[in-house]
Design a binder for this molecule. Structure first.
Ligand code: ZN
Length: 528
């Protein structure tokens, strides 16, 4: 800490002091950390409106106002100028395994197989994937399957600020029948409507946000690389699916059904599922019924392409891909609603490539605007969060993404040109670039220690990225570290935020009464 502080003090005096004068006089004090105004050259708000020279005012974690009027900017707030970019709502991936499922990798033929490693290891290793989601503009994820409820833990850790990642809505382990091979998941295995009802209730009591059902699971990879139809592989009966749907809905939860082949999907849709996942080979009658009911289709198109390029069963994957594309085209014609799901599986599988699904949506016939809706308004509706997520409007979560280019002309802009991301009012990208850089250099470890984080924060301060430095120090301040509170105090001081500077120095001295630097700084600040 001493070495770092010496460096820091030096540059505060020599470099940042003149800047801090400007910052403090322009920005004032109290509202600084709470309210922000963000300028976008263009704003695609998710409700069909496109604004030019838009101003989005964010208060805490929510959007306060959206307008084109300069007078909407409150006095004394930080103004973030993104007028070079187009603002879009934070993206939502509705089919992910962000807590990982690789612990379950093994021979699918062995019944009651035990996990090959603890799912907690997967979840721990998936922290980088969680960060990566934010980098590509995904601020919300629906997790549709993890072992031993690690997805619930990850959701809670993200909400606590202990892991940096997207907002998660999770399902725990998906419901399955006893005929499902592979890893034993007794807590989510059910046969017959009575057991299905019991298990759905248990999962909801355990704290899941939505229910996932492995409806008709398709061929097991270990059985070779089949190219035949999946008609025979419907796992749950109609009555079982109906029990699952009715129980989930009666307890206010949405339900996603994983389905391969026409029969399983037909039963799931008739039973009232909210979404069909994968769903290749669905017949026209089922698609018409989905359009009528408003059932969402989450085809995970890109997943088979990604798998074909990397996994075994290349021929099979290519076959599935063309059948998925064919089904999706018919679904589009039938007027079925879509939501974007990647089937990305942390820590590494398809991580960072999730939004390529949007490119496939355009390739199969959607307009860029329709494709964007699959990851914003449609996805939010599938989560039952259409009043809080998926749009840039007053009262909604301040989940904003700045892209370079026009996403309504070219969807690749959303896939490749993400320049800035805010989740719940906090800038999450590119705020932590030096953090990532350091992490890459130190790929042998997964977490940096306090001093390294402190160093990263000071690097940002030196780059005059004061707000981002503050974000880093805030991150590092978990759970309790006197030196980081000291740094945070300094960053706020540089920023002209005297009150917060005092608060953080006080916290630091409280944690370590021997912190002479903190005591000195407090004296100076309080004397002013
Ligand atoms: Zn999946």
């Amino acid at each position: 800490m001493k070495k770092l502080l010496t460096t820091a003090c030096l540059f505060v005096v020599t470099i940042v002091a003149p800047v801090s004068f400007n910052v403090s006089t322009v920005l004032g004090q109290q509202n600084f950390s709470q309210t922000k105004a963000i300028r976008f050259g263009k704003l695609v708000d998710g409700s069909g409106k496109v604004l030019t020279n838009a101003i989005v005012v964010v208060e805490g974690d929510r959007i306060k106002s959206v307008s084109t009027s300069e007078s909407s900017i409150p006095a004394n707030v930080q103004v973030v100028d993104l007028s070079r970019y187009t603002g879009i709502p934070g993206l939502i991936d509705v089919h992910m395994h962000l807590a990982g499922t690789h612990g379950g990798t093994g021979s699918g033929r062995v019944p009651n197989q035990v996990l090959s490693r603890s799912p907690v290891i997967d979840m721990f290793l998936s922290q980088g994937a969680a960060r990566k989601m934010l980098d590509i503009g995904i601020t919300t994820v629906r997790d549709v399957g993890a072992y031993q409820f690690t997805d619930l833990a990850m959701r809670d850790l993200i909400n606590m600020g202990a892991i940096v990642g997207p907002r998660m809505f999770v399902s725990g382990p998906g419901l399955r029948t006893s005929s499902a091979l592979g890893v034993a998941v007794p807590e989510a295995t059910a046969d017959g409507p009575v057991e299905v009802t019991r298990v759905v209730r248990r999962l909801i009591a355990a704290g899941v946000d939505n229910i996932k059902v492995f409806g008709s699971i398709g061929p097991v990879p270990d059985m070779g690389c089949p190219t035949a139809s999946f008609t025979q592989s419907a796992a749950f009966t109609y009555d079982e699916l109906k029990a699952a749907v009715d129980t989930a809905h009666s307890l206010g939860k949405k339900i996603a059904v994983h389905s391969y082949g026409p029969d399983g999907a037909r039963d799931a849709v008739r039973a009232g599922a909210d979404s069909i996942e994968h769903g290749l080979d669905m017949d026209d009658a089922t698609l018409a019924e989905m359009a009528r009911r408003g059932t969402f289709y989450v085809p995970t198109i890109y997943n088979n392409v990604y798998s074909a390029e990397r996994g075994s069963c290349k021929e099979m994957r290519i076959g599935w891909h063309s059948r998925t594309v064919e089904t999706v085209k018919r679904a589009l014609k039938a007027g079925v609603k879509f939501a974007m799901g990647s089937d990305g599986n942390a820590p590494t599988w398809m991580i960072g490539e999730n939004t390529r699904e949007l490119g496939w949506f355009v390739k199969v016939g959607m307009t860029p605007e329709q494709a964007l809706a699959t990851a914003t308004t449609n996805a939010a509706a599938l989560l039952g969060k259409e009043k809080e997520l998926g749009k840039i409007a007053p009262g909604y979560f301040a989940d904003l993404v700045a892209v370079e280019g026009d996403p309504l002309k070219d969807i690749d802009v959303v896939i490749n040109n993400v320049r800035w991301v805010m989740k719940g009012g906090a800038v999450v990208f590119p705020a932590l670039e030096p953090y990532r850089e350091l992490k890459e250099k130190r790929s042998d470890t997964y977490e940096l220690d306090e001093d390294e984080m402190n160093d990263v924060g000071y690097k940002l301060l030196r780059m005059k990225k004061v707000n981002e430095a503050i974000e880093i120090f805030k991150l590092t301040a978990f759970p309790k570290s006197y030196s980081v509170y000291d740094s945070l105090g300094e960053a706020y001081m540089v920023n002209g935020d005297k009150e917060l500077a005092i608060k953080n120095y006080q916290k630091s001295v409280e944690l370590n009464p021997q912190n002479t630097n903190g005591i000195e700084m407090l004296k100076k600040l309080q004397a002013k």
